[in-house]
Design a protein around this ligand. Structure first.
Ligand SMILES: [Zn+2]
Length: 210
C-alpha cells in the first residue's frame, strides 16, 4: 500500500493552515461530547460538499452518506440497518434537533435506478448496487408518464426525498420525536450546476431557497 502524493500534500497543507487556524475549536471539541445542530443524510456523490454549502465547523453536522441518499422503509429489513443505525445514534444519543435529507441533481444512483427499473435487466456486475436501489421501486412507480426523460429523472430525485421522509415516520422513535416537536425534518434538493437549493414545503412542493 502506498500513500498517494495528493493525500500527503493536502493533509500537510490542512494541518499547517486550516487546523492551525481552528486549533482551539478542535481542542475544545475533544473535551466535550459532540452536539451537532443537524444530521445530514446525503448521497456519496463527490460533488456534494454539505459542510461547505452550510458553513459547517467542527461538530456541526452528523453526516450519513449512501448511494442516492435513501432512507429505506421499515419493511426493507435487509437494507435499512446502516442508515437507521446512524439515525438512531444521532437522535437518541446526540439528540440532534434537525434531520436533513439532501438530494441532488445529476444523481448517478437515481439515474441508474431509473434505467434499471425501466428495462428490468439483472446486471450481475452491480449486485450490491442493484440490491440497494431496489429500495427505490415504490418511488419509481410515482413518476408521471407524461414527463420528458430529463423531467422524469429530476422528479425521481425529488420524489426520493419525499419518500425517504415518509419512510422516517414508519419508525416509532422518529415518529414520536417529530410529533413531540423534538425533531425537525427537512427535505432539500441541490442543483450542482447552479448551486441552488430547493426545499420541500408543507404542501410537498419543492420551492427555491433564497
Ligand atoms: Zn447521488
Amino acid at each position: 500500500m502506498e500513500l498517494p502524493k495528493f493525500l500527503i500534500e493536502r493533509y500537510q497543507f490542512w494541518k499547517k493552515n486550516t487546523f492551525e487556524d481552528y486549533k482551539e475549536i478542535y481542542q475544545q471539541a475533544s473535551k466535550t461530547p459532540q452536539r451537532p445542530i443537524a444530521m445530514i443524510i446525503t448521497c456519496c456523490d463527490s460533488r456534494i460538499l454539505e459542510n461547505t454549502i452550510f458553513g459547517g465547523s467542527v461538530g456541526d453536522y452528523f453526516i450519513h452518506r449512501n448511494i442516492a441518499n435513501i432512507v429505506p422503509s421499515k419493511n426493507e429489513k435487509d437494507q435499512n440497518v446502516q442508515t437507521l443505525s446512524a439515525i438512531e445514534y444521532a437522535l437518541k444519543v446526540l439528540k440532534t434537533p434537525n434531520l436533513i435529507i439532501l438530494g441532488h441533481s445529476n444523481c448517478g444512483g437515481v439515474e441508474y435506478s431509473y434505467k434499471k427499473l425501466i428495462d428490468k435487466k439483472n446486471t450481475k456486475d452491480f449486485e450490491y448496487i442493484n440490491q440497494w436501489i431496489s429500495c427505490l421501486q415504490k418511488t419509481y412507480n410515482n413518476i408521471p408518464n407524461n414527463f420528458s426523460e430529463t423531467k422524469k429523472i429530476t422528479f425521481f430525485e425529488q420524489e426520493n426525498i419525499r419518500q425517504s421522509i415518509k419512510n422516517l415516520y414508519e419508525y416509532d422513535f422518529i415518529d414520536k420525536l417529530i410529533k413531540e416537536n423534538k425533531l425537525n425534518v427537512i427535505g432539500l434538493w441541490y442543483q450542482i450546476k447552479t448551486g441552488s437549493i430547493k426545499f420541500l414545503d408543507n404542501n410537498s412542493n419543492f420551492i427555491d431557497l433564497n
